[in-house]
Structure formats: structure tokens, C-alpha cells
Design a protein around this ligand. Structure first.
Ligand SMILES: N[C@@H](CCC(=O)N[C@@H](CS)C(=O)NCC(=O)O)C(=O)O
Length: 213
């Protein structure tokens, strides 16, 4: 097929970035194929993937002969290549709501390094047990709670009027606390759990060691 879609992910399905692109494809209702690379074996650094993917990282999307890396670029490409109303909208139509979604996606990818290191996805997509927080990890966890409270309006189920990819990304970030039973306000915990009940997310989870708790 000339326009087939292939998403390259990592063995173990632990990548939060591949998660975002996978959820985008699923929520759009697009047929696609998964190509699973063993990062421990260095498969992502071998030719031709290393150069075709530009960055030699996962995720990378191939759409026909077009290659794209960087999860947020993949998310936005899918939104524009398969637009509403023919396909579900994953970014809001409203300019400011769309900007908010992009802000949250950028925040999730660039901030809270200590939290991401001390509560890696292997503690919920895999079977690793978390160690107690260092002061830096605890500070990052508290910062996440404070900022997520601002992102999620009171009484809302989503950060904007309907589900967007910011919800998928933010819910995964919150699961670093929720799944590991670290302090997290119930409102945020329930939000993260609800997003993780979406069929698109459940399908990702089915590839991982996730256990409902
Ligand atoms: N900014 C990139 C990050 C991608 C990334 O860091 N992927 C990791 C897996 S989570 C990877 O490929 N690591 C292998 C390596 O860097 O050698 C995105 O948003 O897609």
C-alpha cells in the first residue's frame, strides 16, 4: 500500500512518546501497523532505521514514503493529514484551547525531569518497583500536582472541552504518581484513571505489564 501507516515503537511498550503517537492513531480510527524495535539490542541505531527516522529514536511514523520523528510532531501531522470532520478531532478547533493543548504537551515533554527519572514508565508499563523519592523527586512530584490542578478546570473531565492528546500525555504523567500510590489529589487521580479507561489507551496497556489497581 503506498499510503500505509507504520508506527515504530519499542519492545516493552514503555515509551511515553510512542504512547502518545499510538493513542493518536487509535483515536483517529486509522489502520496502521506496529514495528517493534529492541532498543536494548540497539535495533534503533542500525541502518536503515537510524537515518530514515532522522533521530534514531522511537517513535517514528512512516506514512507511505514519508518519515517523521518526534511524538508531538507525529500527533500534529496525524491531526492535519486526517482532519475533522472525516476523523475525530484530537486538537481543539478553538485557537486558544489548541494553544493550551500544545502548552501541556510541551510541558509534559520538557519539565519534571526528576519525577520522570524516579518514577519511570517501567514502574507501571513494566514491573519495576519505585524507590522512595529523593528531595528533588518529591519537589517535582509536588510541582506536577500544583500545575496539573491549574491545567484541569474544576469539575472538568478534560483539560479543554473534549478529549485531546494533552489529556493522554498529562494522564500518563500523573500515573507516575497514581499507579505508584504517591500522594495525588483524588480529583487528578480520577482524571488520570478515566483517561486510562479509554479504548485507545487500553489497547496500548494490553502490550505492557500494566495491572489495574
Ligand atoms: N522527543 C522525542 C523523545 C523520543 C525518545 O526519547 N525516545 C526514547 C524512548 S522513550 C528512545 O528512542 N531512546 C533510545 C535512544 O535514545 O537511544 C519524542 O517526543 O518523540
Amino acid at each position: 500500500m503506498p499510503d500505509d501507516l507504520v508506527l515504530h515503537v519499542n519492545k516493552g511498550f514503555s515509551s511515553p512518546y510512542a504512547f502518545s503517537a499510538f493513542v493518536a492513531l487509535k483515536e483517529k480510527g486509522l489502520p496502521f501497523r506496529l514495528e517493534v524495535l529492541d532498543l536494548d539490542a540497539g535495533e534503533h541505531r542500525r541502518a536503515p532505521y537510524d537515518t530514515q527516522s532522522f533521530t534514531g529514536r522511537i517513535p517514528a511514523l512512516r506514512h507511505g514514503d514519508f518519515w517523521l520523528a518526534e511524538s508531538s510532531a507525529i500527533d500534529e501531522y496525524l491531526e492535519e493529514a486526517f482532519p475533522a470532520p472525516g476523523h475525530p478531532r484530537l486538537y481543539p478547533e478553538d485557537l486558544r484551547a489548541r494553544a493550551k493543548v500544545r502548552m501541556i504537551q510541551a510541558f509534559v515533554r520538557s519539565d519534571l525531569l526528576a519525577l520522570r527519572e524516579e518514577r519511570p514508565t517501567s514502574t507501571f508499563f513494566g514491573s519495576d518497583h519505585p524507590a522512595p523519592f529523593t528531595p528533588a523527586g518529591r519537589t517535582a512530584a509536588e510541582r506536577l500536582v500544583r500545575i496539573a490542578e491549574r491545567f484541569l478546570p474544576a469539575g472538568a473531565q478534560h483539560v479543554t472541552g473534549a478529549f485531546t492528546l494533552a489529556d493522554a500525555d498529562l494522564a500518563l504523567l500523573l500515573q507516575r504518581l497514581v499507579y505508584n500510590r504517591d500522594p495525588c489529589p483524588e480529583r487528578l487521580a480520577e482524571y488520570a484513571r478515566a483517561v486510562f479507561r479509554r479504548p485507545s489507551v487500553r489497547e496500548w496497556l494490553s502490550h505492557t505489564a500494566w495491572r489495574d489497581r
